[in-house]
Design a protein around this ligand. Structure first.
Ligand SMILES: *[C@@H]1O[C@H](CO)[C@@H](O)[C@H](O)[C@H]1NC(C)=O
Ligand SMILES: [Zn+2]
Length: 538
């Protein structure tokens, strides 16, 4: 319906939270040929009982009356809440928005689809138990999380809120509940940005039994870029999420965190949402339900929705544009969140300084492609390696770097290792990787790859030294992935050694995470016993 103009002609709800948000998104999905590749799930109205999973009876009864209110009554009703405006039709729409999210949960949990996105209005994440707030009437995702737990006996739910606003409604709903891990990053500016809550800061970590299960990453500056978003995923969200090990993932998918948004004023490009989606897909066996929240620049909203859906469909994420590492303000927020959550998560206990040493040497990494520069880069990686070793993090001891053609380190220890290689294929080589295929021998493979490419970085994981999968995942998330994204390889080679100490599940997750790189160009080589003696010439 058109805006209820005679009611609140200048309200932001009327100006930016407009029906076109859904129509442009849907049209874009059709034009990109994505809509036809999706399974369309019919929507329904949520029942009272479902709404009551996250709201009080008094509040529900009050909202129920809004379709019958006069303009004056609506105005009075609205004034008790913050930044929300009731249209006579909004109760109906809000019930459909919840119903859409619940239908999505059903479809994912019954295996009808692997994952999905619900394009809904009004949004939900600001809505509270007994209060509408910030364009939101009912809390779609909070209700859906309760519903999934109740209906399917799910033990652990992860909610990732990448909207640019703090979903305080979701935080309040699960603050003392350790079965729901809520993550939100949000424009904060030291409490200067809406909703201006003290509780949105990094030190609101949850309460009582839920302590440690609420993660707030405040953005204290606008203009955050792709690197800042990825860094928060690598150094905060993903390590904790892997330790939490959810059975189902929700995304409060607001795209006001994308470039050009009049609310967010951030600079992340729509393609970053492909990567964020990809990085979440290896959790919970891929069971992911994204539910639209904000996003008010119709152009970047539609593009971001397409990137998200395309990745959910399984297409490779596009190559990321220039990643320069996080800005100082983002880094400060990351450090604050990590130290606030240190008491609650094992993954944050040992390695607070990994991230620091990484960023100290960041500028020296992989600059240019000339051989000299490549070697200099290798030196800085080796220097980093030495720093890592001093932190005595067990699995980092498997991080090694070879000099061109020598592979000294490998000579001694290659065969029992699993390796992950990031290869930047030089232009003259034209990206032809077939040459490497005959060498089912890790050592020669590495030498060959290194010989033909300017610079190779690889991580080896000793099967014994790193028996705990948690430590391995931590190294992959906090070290390998940040390096890899910045390096921007054209190909990812994975080598799995014989007698590998890395279990199938972890190997699958690592493989999946790495497929976000190099537009999904991944080559996995599985070494089997009996090939150790092969000595193929370079
Ligand atoms: C929307 O964002 C784009 C950048 O993606 C920008 O060029 C455009 O001006 C923005 N539109 C509005 C109406 O702000
Ligand atoms: Zn928002």
């Amino acid at each position: 319906p058109p805006c209820y103009a005679s009611f609140h002609p200048d309200s932001p709800a009327c100006k930016i939270e407009v029906p076109e948000r859904l129509t442009v998104s849907h049209t874009a999905l059709q034009e990109e040929g994505l809509a036809e590749r999706c399974v369309s799930v019919p929507i329904r109205q949520a029942t009272d009982a479902e709404i009551l999973l996250a709201h009080s009876e008094e509040y529900l009864e009050a909202v129920k009356k809004t379709p019958y209110m006069s303009l004056d009554e609506l105005r009075t009703f609205t004034q008790q809440y913050g930044d929300v405006y009731f249209h006579p039709n909004i109760y109906h729409c809000a019930k459909l928005a919840i119903g859409a999210a619940l239908q999505l949960v059903d479809s994912v949990m019954t295996g009808k689809v692997r994952n999905g996105m619900a394009l809904v209005r009004p949004p939900g994440h600001h809505s509270q138990r007994s209060a509408a707030n910030g364009f939101c009437v009912f809390n779609n995702v909070a209700i859906a999380a309760h519903y999934a737990k109740k209906q399917y006996g799910i033990k652990r739910v992860l909610i990732v809120d990448w909207d640019v606003h703090h979903g305080q409604g979701v935080q309040f709903a699960f603050e003392d509940d350790p079965s729901v891990l809520y993550f939100s990053w949000h424009r904060y500016e030291h409490q200067g940005f809406w909703p201006n809550l003290r509780e949105s800061d990094y030190d609101s970590v949850g309460k009582e039994k839920g302590a440690g299960f609420n993660i707030n990453v405040p953005w204290n500056k606008v203009g955050m870029e792709n690197s800042d978003y990825l860094s928060v995923f690598f150094h905060v969200l993903l390590p904790i999420a892997y330790e939490f090990s959810p059975d189902l993932v929700f995304v409060c998918a607001g795209f006001d965190s994308a470039i050009g948004d009049p609310e967010g004023h951030m600079c992340a490009t729509p393609d970053i949402f492909a990567h964020l989606t990809h990085l979440l897909k290896s959790l919970a066996g891929g069971k992911l339900c994204a539910v639209l929240e904000g996003g008010y620049n119709l152009t970047s909203l539609a593009q971001s929705v397409c990137q998200t859906v395309q990745t959910l469909l399984g297409d490779p994420a596009p190559q990321t544009s220039e990643l320069n590492g996080p800005c100082e303000s983002a880094l400060e927020s990351i450090q604050c969140v990590r130290s606030a959550h240190k008491p609650y998560w094992a993954c944050l206990k040992h390695t607070a300084s990994i991230i620091l040493s990484y960023f100290i040497t960041r500028d020296n990494f992989f600059e240019g492609s000339a051989e000299e520069e490549a070697l200099m880069s290798l030196c800085s990686v080796i220097a980093l390696f030495e720093k890592m070793k001093k932190q005595e993090v067990s699995c980092i001891s498997g991080f090694c770097v070879s000099e061109k053609g020598t592979a000294n380190y490998l000579e001694k220890e290659t065969y029992s290792y699993d390796m992950i290689l990031l290869v930047r294929l030089p232009r003259f080589y034209g990206g032809d990787v077939c040459y490497f295929l005959p060498y089912f021998n890790a050592q020669h493979l590495l030498c060959t790859v290194y010989y033909y490419s300017q610079c190779v970085c690889f991580v080896c994981v000793p099967p014994q030294g790193c028996s705990d999968v948690a430590g391995l995942m931590q190294a992959v998330l906090c070290l390998l992935l940040p390096l890899a994204y910045e390096y921007d390889p054209g190909l990812v080679l994975l080598v799995r050694g014989p007698g590998s100490g890395v279990g199938k599940a972890a190997w699958a997750q690592i493989t999946s995470l790495l497929q976000g790189l190099a537009q999904g160009h991944t080559l996995a080589l599985i070494q089997v016993r009996g090939t150790e003696g092969v000595r193929a010439p370079l």
